[in-house]
Design a binder for this molecule. Structure first.
Ligand code: NAI
Length: 335
């Protein structure tokens, strides 16, 4: 019998896991893993978490029996993998629960900006049917630059092609056959920045991609470019984005992810004694300024959150744990 602890799950997800693991001891917590839970879960061998549970070196040090982490997400930058490797803790993710789910959200943000949906709807709700300031632009014939052409990026490309866009790609590891098959073009980063009308980010967050959108890269973009980010907030230097919007170099941004999004989401975090230590306050303020900018639309890291995708997440995560218990772990994020 293994001890498992799960964080950030809803009632229906807990029922599925209870059915999957009837012979094991399961602990459930609604909220993300925090310091206060560590004593209670100190004997767990398997941990199930979502992205708001930060699995740092310090957290791992307090879970001496931990053998496996199942993250109920694709991204795994909330887990200290170096430390996991050192401690021989296996980490599994859900590689493809909703590539098309996130791609659909990306296209929704792009169309919402192009068609000025948010101000249009706000206005008619207030009983105002004036067209003043609501001129839109056509998507057909525009160039979409994708940074990252993996599962999500390639789905975005497919839909964008159906909308009549030219699609160019910067991804050093892109599948060249798929690039050709979808009638896209692989380019270098400078070319993409210079030629894209809309740039959409679909690369993972790591040391190579952190702040890939910064003051220098923004300077190379077309005037009036639109930026979409449904990948990770850390890909964009928030201050550089705000400056780009204020100077009108960037005409609009559609963001599902933000730097410091945990701090923005949880205002009560502001009251925590070590708040300033854990968060970059400057970035928190910039992010609030982005939120208030009229040409920025923000969704609350909701791109994955479809009914169908969530079901796939729970079943794949349960299967990851099951296979681990059978000694045949799958979907490992490192070998
Ligand atoms: P993937 O691993 O299939 O694709 C990522 C692509 O980025 C790969 O083709 C890789 O070669 C490329 N890449 C790596 N380093 C790069 C670099 N330096 N420059 C350009 N491209 C680079 O991952 P997938 O499933 O397409 O997801 C992409 C990201 O989307 C995830 O890492 C995750 O952070 C984010 N995501 C966001 C969600 C949301 O709800 N907003 C949900 C799911 C994923």
């Amino acid at each position: 019998m293994a001890q498992m602890a799960f964080f950030e799950l809803e009632g229906w997800e807990k029922s599925i896991l209870k059915k999957y693991f009837p012979k094991h001891k399961l602990l459930f917590f609604n909220e993300p893993l925090a310091e206060k839970h560590l004593q209670q879960i100190k004997n767990v061998e398997i941990l199930g978490v979502f992205i708001y549970s930060k699995i740092s070196k310090e957290v791992l040090a307090k879970l001496p029996k931990l053998k496996m982490i199942a993250t109920f997400s694709t991204g795994f930058d909330h887990i200290d993998l170096v430390e996991c490797k050192k401690r021989k803790i296996i980490v599994s993710n859900v590689p493809s629960y909703g590539s098309h789910t996130v791609a659909e959200h990306t296209i929704a943000l792009m169309l919402a900006l192009a068609k000025k949906l948010v101000p249009s709807i706000d206005r008619t709700r207030a009983g105002n049917f004036s067209l003043e300031g609501l001129r839109t632009f056509d998507i057909v014939g525009k160039t979409l630059g994708l940074i990252g052409f993996g599962k999500i990026g390639s789905h975005v490309a497919k839909v964008a092609k159906a909308l009549g866009m030219n699609v160019i790609i910067y991804d050093p590891y892109a599948d060249e056959n798929l690039v050709d098959l979808l009638d896209c073009k692989k380019v270098d980063l400078d070319y993409l920045l210079k030629h894209s009308d809309i740039i959409s980010l679909h690369a993972p967050l790591n040391e190579q991609t952190r702040h890939i959108i910064n003051k220098e890269t923004i300077a190379k973009m077309k005037n009036g470019v639109i930026l979409i980010n449904t990948a990770r907030g850390g890909l964009v230097d928030s201050k550089a984005l705000l400056d780009g919007l204020l100077s009108k170099k960037i005409a609009g941004a559609g963001l599902d992810v933000l730097e410091e999004e945990t701090a923005i989401r949880e205002e009560k975090e502001l009251l925590a004694p070590d708040y300033a230590k854990k968060h970059d306050l400057h970035t928190v303020v910039i992010t609030h300024m982005l939120r208030e900018h009229q040409n920025v639309i923000i969704t609350p890291h909701n791109a994955f959150n479809s009914k169908e995708a969530l079901e796939r997440i729970v079943y794949t995560s349960a299967e990851n744990i099951s296979k681990f218990l059978e000694g045949r772990p799958q979907n490992l994020v490192y070998k």
